[in-house]
Write a protein that binds this ligand. Structure first.
Ligand code: FES
Ligand code: FES
Length: 181
C-alpha cells in the first residue's frame, strides 16, 4: 500500500486527511512533524489531535485504531506515518455529523441485544469498519456483519448491540437511497 517517497520530495509527506491534502515535514530532527519511526496512529492522535482514533493494544490485535485509507480499513497502529504518503486517510472525525452508522450506534438500544457501546473505546474502530463494509455491501446479513467486525475487541462485551447497529445503519442508508462516505 505504501508508496515510495519521490526523491525530490523526501523531506516531506503529503497526506489527504479528512478531506484536506496536507504536507508535513519528515526527518529525525525533533522539529520535524513526522519522524520515520512514528506510527500513523501516534501521528494522527498526538501530533494532529484526531483523538477520536483510539489506541488500545498498540500491536494490531484489537481493531480500536481502525481508520480508512483509500476507502479500506487499516490498523493505524501497525503502519508508519510515512506510509500514508500520497494516500487518503479518514478518521471518525472525517465523517458527517449525521452519519448513519454513527447515528445507528448512538441509537442502538434493544431488548436482547443491548447497546452498541458502553465506555466507547472500541466504537470509532467498529464504526470505521462498518463504513467500509456498508460501502462494499450496503445490505449485509448478520453473518457478514459479524465476519467484517471479527477483528475488533470490545472489552465491554457489546458485540450483539454493535452487530444490530450495523444492520440498522444498512437499513438507514437503504431508506435514504444513498451511501455516505
Ligand atoms: S490499537 Fe491498533 S489494533 Fe489495537
Ligand atoms: S464499549 Fe467499551 S470496549 Fe467496547
Amino acid at each position: 500500500m505504501a508508496k515510495k517517497l519521490s526523491s525530490q520530495n523526501r523531506n516531506s509527506v503529503r497526506i489527504k486527511i479528512n478531506g484536506n491534502w496536507r504536507e508535513f515535514s519528515l526527518g529525525t530532527d525533533s522539529s520535524c512533524e513526522i519522524n520515520p519511526t512514528m506510527t500513523l496512529s501516534y501521528f494522527l492522535r498526538e501530533k494532529l489531535g484526531f483523538t477520536g482514533l483510539k489506541v488500545a493494544c498498540n500491536e494490531g490485535a484489537c481493531g480500536a485504531c481502525t481508520i480508512l485509507m483509500d476507502g479500506k480499513t487499516v490498523l493505524s497502529c501497525m503502519m508508519l506515518a510515512v506510509q500514508a504518503e500520497g494516500h487518503e486517510v479518514v478518521t471518525i472525525e472525517g465523517l458527517e455529523k449525521n452519519d448513519p452508522v454513527v447515528e445507528a450506534f448512538a441509537q442502538q438500544c434493544a431488548p436482547g441485544y443491548g447497546t452498541a457501546l458502553q465506555c466507547g473505546l472500541c466504537t470509532p474502530g467498529f464504526v470505521m469498519s462498518a463504513k467500509a463494509l456498508l460501502k462494499e455491501n450496503p445490505r449485509p446479513n448478520i453473518g457478514e456483519v459479524k465476519e467484517a467486525l471479527s477483528g475488533h475487541i470490545c472489552r465491554c462485551g457489546c458485540y450483539s448491540g454493535v452487530a444490530q447497529a450495523v444492520m440498522h445503519a444498512g437499513e438507514k442508508i437503504a431508506n435514504k437511497g444513498e451511501c455516505h462516505e
